[in-house]
Design a protein around this ligand. Structure first.
Ligand SMILES: C[S@@+](CC[C@H](N)C(=O)[O-])C[C@H]1O[C@@H](n2cnc3c(N)ncnc32)[C@H](O)[C@@H]1O
Length: 213
């Protein structure tokens, strides 16, 4: 890390606020701003957060859903435990075949919101990084299609690039309303942008219960 990078971070208001308020990431403010503007999560709801480590979004989401709600955080990396009754953690690759079933089992039903801040480890080759980010966003959308309840909402990280429009158009078909969002807390120099989908159109498909012979 260079001296100027550290200096820039110290001056960053969201980084400082996150430290003061005890949020594990400055990203927490991106989700907070999206929730304040679009009410994409409400009290008592069930939420799944894909790519949740270190846990800033989990902290914000659990504050909103409150004690009657539940937030399930999933990451391929271990998430340090968060002492809260309304958070569950799962160490899992989002590409695992049974991920949607696991989510529904952990939430004991469909999700009211799917959040994805999934991001690949950046290797510095722009086209490769972009392709991997697009793939993660598409995977998040596939999962959302399987676990979202009717009228549910989604917030999914994307990156600017040649595939952005196509991913956005495909995802938009699934929701009554949608748009791209750049929260104030997202660094202007970052090419990240979020897809916001409001009111999932489909009815949640509940697998039929097994009937004994
Ligand atoms: C930007 S961080 C998330 C930050 C988080 N929203 C917060 O506020 O603390 C992106 C996360 O995506 C996770 N990730 C990347 N690929 C994944 C995969 N295939 N399965 C599960 N998690 C993955 C990374 O491990 C990383 O922790």
């Amino acid at each position: 890390m260079t001296g100027s990078w550290l200096e820039k971070r110290r001056r960053d208001q969201y980084y400082r606020l996150a430290r003061i308020r005890g949020y594990r990431s400055r990203s927490a403010y991106k989700l907070q701003q999206a929730i304040r503007t679009y009410q994409l999560i409400k009290p008592s709801q069930k939420v799944v957060d894909l790519g949740a480590q270190p846990g800033g979004w989990l902290q914000v989401a659990r504050e909103v859903v409150g004690p009657a709600g539940l937030v399930l955080g999933i990451d391929i990396k271990q998430i340090a435990p968060l002492p809260a009754g309304n958070i569950k953690l799962l160490k899992m690759d989002v590409y695992a075949e049974d991920i949607a079933d696991r989510i529904v089992a952990e939430l004991d039903g469909p999700a009211n919101a799917v959040l994805s801040d999934l991001a690949p480890s950046i290797i510095g080759a722009w086209d490769v990084d972009h392709a991997r980010q697009v793939d993660l966003a598409r995977r998040a959308m596939e999962i959302a299609e399987k676990v979202l309840d009717h009228d549910g909402n989604a917030l999914i990280k994307l990156f600017h690039g040649p595939e952005l429009k196509r991913v956005q158009d495909d995802a938009a078909l699934l929701f009554e309303r949608s748009r791209l969002l750049k929260p104030k807390a997202s660094r202007p120099e970052s090419s990240e942008i979020y897809f916001l989908g409001l009111r999932f159109k489909a009815k949640w498909y509940q697998p039929a219960a097994k009937v004994a012979d």
